[in-house]
Design a protein around this ligand. Structure first.
Ligand code: PBG
Ligand code: ZN
Length: 323
């Protein structure tokens, strides 16, 4: 059954088609900025004007959607208020993308950590503990500012309890009941987010009384049932799409999620997963494209309905142009 290329190809599955991939992008204030992120080779911080041609190149690979992450262009504060400014980089990027590519599906990440002075995903109370419910109210404002700019869907990643319900009802009340909500449901407190936090400047900062990591709100990788509960709750709160993140260390969760829900399940192939493969290849310990292909096919095998990945711009090189 494996003797020739032709026989093998008869029974091989295909990678998830490009239209079901999403490219995460990082927008920064200013113009003319296209700065490579040192820990993420081939990924850049773009100002809005430079983002457009970059996305155009990615669309030419057949990639179906992008997710916009941004940095603050105003001072960071305890509540992350720069996140819902209607003219911050994310909101401007969404407007520019929808103007340039009306048929492109544009998602935004909804969180506060790139906008709070302490780097947490919610405001801190005076004693330094993250304030879950104040976080939900702020996230609803951020999501609303994103859909007002034209986002097709919002993806809340703060892992605050009740964030899906809070955002869904805020969007519905404002007349955006048809915009999508992709919930980062099983988002684990992972060591794989380091390169992303470099790109975003969003790592927790040492503050008296405040936690130095996100284990108080992100899921524990040692408690898979509680991560499943997050998925079930997000579905009940009105999510349209559920996500497992990271992806490669959590293929079991991806498969369990697929078995438990009829909603589409997204796999977020995070920055550390991308950086690890680049680092290995740079050491000469493996071939870059072979490693990437093997890892990405694992996500397809596990059942991902949507792959959010920094490899999206390289889809054609890795898999040929298929749809
Ligand atoms: C912000 C956020 C993070 C990622 C997506 N949204 C980082 C974090 O939780 O610290 C990680 C993405 C990646 O590593 O590629 N809440
Ligand atoms: Zn966050």
């Amino acid at each position: 059954m494996r003797r020739t290329e032709g026989i093998r190809a008869l029974f091989d599955i295909d990678p998830l088609p490009a239209r079901r991939w999403c490219w995460p992008t990082f927008v920064v204030p200013g113009t003319g900025v296209e700065r490579e992120i040192p820990s993420m080779p081939g990924q850049y911080n773009y100002s809005v004007d430079r983002l457009i041609p970059a996305v155009e190149r990615v669309i030419r690979q057949g990639i179906g959607s992008v997710m916009v992450f941004g940095q603050a262009d105003a001072p960071k504060d305890n509540g992350g208020s720069a996140a819902w400014c209607p003219h911050a980089p994310v909101q401007e990027a969404v407007r520019a993308l929808k103007r340039a590519f009306p048929d492109l599906t544009v998602w935004t990440d909804v969180c506060l950590c790139a906008y709070t002075a302490h780097g947490h995903c919610a405001p801190l109370r005076p004693d330094g503990t993250p304030d879950n419910d104040a976080g939900c109210m702020a996230l609803a404002k951020v999501a609303l500012s994103h859909v007002e700019a034209g986002a097709d869907g919002v993806a809340p990643s703060a892992m605050m309890d009740g964030q899906v319900r809070a955002i869904r009802s805020a969007l519905d009340e404002a007349g955006f009941e048809e915009r999508l909500l992709m919930a980062y449901s099983a988002k684990f407190a992972s060591a794989l987010y380091g390169p992303f936090r470099d790109a975003e400047g969003s790592a927790p900062v040492a503050v008296p009384g405040a936690p130095t990591d996100r284990r108080g709100y992100q899921a524990s990788y040692a408690n898979p049932d509680s991560a499943m509960l997050e998925l079930v709750q997000d579905e009940a709160e009105g999510a349209d799409i559920l996500m497992v993140k990271p992806a490669l260390f959590y293929l079991d969760m991806l498969r369990r999620a697929k078995e438990r829900t009829l909603l589409p399940v997204a796999a977020y192939n995070v920055s550390g997963e991308y950086a690890m493969i680049h680092a290995t290849a740079r050491q000469g310990w493996g071939d870059l494209d072979d490693l990437a292909r093997e890892s990405l096919l694992a996500l397809t095998r596990a059942g991902a309905d949507l792959i959010i990945s920094y490899w999206a711009p390289f889809y054609g090189r890795l898999f040929g142009k298929r749809r």
